[in-house]
Design a protein around this ligand. Structure first.
Ligand code: GLN
Length: 527
């Protein structure tokens, strides 16, 4: 079998396996072989479950041999963000604090010592039921806090388009796995952009569903009012198929929605003529959050959109018009408050969610503490990385008595204004189209010492998260190679009203059909 079978779309590969034209075992072997040869330089996976994957593949082949019908992901290799619980694989959330104590006192932490959950996340169970083959757990920023994957406690993932650059985060490993052909699909989680931004920066498709569309049972919580699981794939149809498998009500997750799951994949062929597309000018601002009117509380901050990114996104908008869509300006006036609002609410929720890592119940436990308080302090001090610690401190502060009204409560109110911006806009338009990230993938290390610069780059993805509405990233024209910087991917963000993922898939697929990024893949070196 030819390894290029791994470069097919998910529906194609599942079709080949279902018809017996390739066996799931052959596909899995080819995939594991590619991971061995390519991932040393990329760091997409924290752990690879070779034996378990081969076993699952053989089970799919046997099912077929018995004449049983195969599921929609028959034999498809998938990577799982390491924030999702898997009963047959260690789960670290990218953190040292979920590692079991080492007997050897090794210097570099080893994700293979990760916490072993006693159960599968619902989304993981649904992939297995659909006959997917789970090949490994993907790299991520610790507890999904970050936009570059550099906050992984283990090693950074690297962008296959230029390994000296970040792949985005926090679901960086999932994006890299798909971009580099190490898996045909992957799951990530998106709290404020962690699926869309790495998808944009790696030239893959990533979908953040409506809040509640996909179960979070078994997702290690970051900020529960925002967290949502979603798929990555190389093309829209493949991502749509994955979404169809994982979406739907789950009795284990009280926030999951009972609305019927739409036919996302079928929507990909739908005619998009006449669709009204809103273009928010706030998303093309030079210097976002630049000081506004007198007394405006927003600090001066500049993360204007890069000209090459703007050009690519505007060309995509023209492309949508050429498909018969109608472009209209819309206003999302509270966008400029999104970063401040998000970083109050998300840190507040994180400080409370992460209080469970205390050295008593899971993973690491510090040695030599003399009291319970000291055990907590020492375990947490040793187990959490700098960014996570910063967020816990910030979050605890904004919730503390005396500051709660000034920060947390106020942020909740602004969140409502941001949600209303979208409600207003969706009275006029069917979809909003915008950039995903103000810049292309930046060099590793560039922003590690500047958390504010890192936060400000989330400006275009945070509003949809705060509003709970679905949004995806689909590749548009990559930037031209210039001054020694290679051509790099750019994402077009499509945002829809609640539960309109199918509409987003339809538009994204139509755009993909004429996008200059169509079929582009990075050249990945092999060891
Ligand atoms: N970059 C954002 C943060 O650091 C979003 C992360 C996410 O969506 N998990 O919080």
């Amino acid at each position: 079998m030819d390894a290029t079978v791994l470069d097919r779309s998910i529906p194609e590969l599942a079709g080949l396996v279902t018809r017996g034209e390739v066996s799931a075992e052959e596909v899995t072997k080819a995939c594991l072989d590619r991971i061995t040869r390519r991932d040393g330089a990329l760091g997409a996976f924290l752990t690879v479950q070779a034996e378990e994957a081969l076993q699952a593949a053989r089970a799919v082949d046997q099912k077929r041999a018995r004449g049983e019908a195969l599921g929609p992901l028959a034999g498809v290799p998938i990577g799982i963000k390491d924030a999702l619980c898997t009963r047959d694989a260690p789960t670290t959330a990218g953190s040292r604090i979920l590692l079991r104590p080492s007997s050897t006192g090794e210097a570099t932490p080893d994700p293979r010592r990760g916490f072993r959950p006693p159960y599968d996340a619902t989304v993981v169970a649904r992939l297995r039921e659909a006959d997917a083959v789970l090949v490994g757990k993907t790299n991520m920023d610790e507890f999904a806090m970050g936009s570059s994957n550099e906050n992984s406690a283990f090693f950074p993932a690297k962008n296959p388009w230029d390994p000296s650059r970040i792949p985005g985060g926090s679901s960086g490993g999932s994006a890299v796995a798909v971009a580099a052909g190490l898996a045909l699909g992957a799951l990530g989680s998106d709290t404020g952009g962690s699926i869309r931004q790495p998808a944009a920066l790696t030239g893959t498709v990533g979908i953040k569903p409506t809040y509640g569309r996909v179960s979070r049972y078994g997702l290690i919580a970051f900020a529960s009012s925002l967290d949502q699981v979603g798929p990555f794939a190389a093309d829209v149809r493949s991502a749509a198929r994955l979404l169809g498998v994982i979406a739907g009500r789950d009795p284990h997750d009280q926030t999951s929605l009972g609305a019927p799951v739409a036919a996302y994949e079928e929507a990909c062929g739908r005619d998009v003529r006449g669709m009204r597309i809103g273009v928010p000018e706030e998303y093309f601002a030079k210097g976002f959050g630049a000081k506004g009117a007198e007394g405006d509380p927003m600090p001066q901050a500049s993360t204007g959109i890069q000209p090459a990114v703007e050009k690519s996104v505007r060309e995509a908008l023209a492309g949508l018009a050429s498909l018969g869509c109608e472009l209209r300006p819309v206003r999302l006036p509270h966008t400029r408050y999104a970063v401040a609002t998000y970083y109050v609410l998300a840190t507040a929720e994180a400080s409370s969610n992460l209080s469970r890592y205390d050295g008593v119940r899971f993973g690491a436990r510090a040695e030599g503490a003399e009291s319970l308080g000291a055990l907590y302090a020492k375990t947490r001090g040793e187990g959490f990385g700098r960014e996570v610690a910063r967020r816990i401190v910030l979050g605890t502060y904004v919730l503390s008595s005396g500051y709660y009204d000034a920060y947390y409560l106020r942020a909740q109110r602004v969140r409502t204004l941001i949600r209303r911006d979208f409600e207003e806009a969706f009275r006029e338009v069917d979809v909003i189209a915008a950039p995903v990230s103000p810049t292309v993938a930046f060099p590793l290390g560039e922003r590690v010492d500047d958390p504010l610069a890192m936060y400000l780059a989330d400006i275009y993805t945070l509003p949809a998260s705060l509003a709970g509405v679905p949004a995806l990233s689909v590749p548009c024209a990559p930037t031209p190679a210039e001054n020694g910087v290679p051509s790099l991917p750019v994402g077009l963000q499509l945002v829809g009203p609640p539960l309109e993922e199918a509409r987003l898939c339809a538009l994204a697929a139509a755009w993909e059909g004429i996008s200059p990024a169509r079929g582009l893949r990075p050249k990945v070196s092999e060891a």
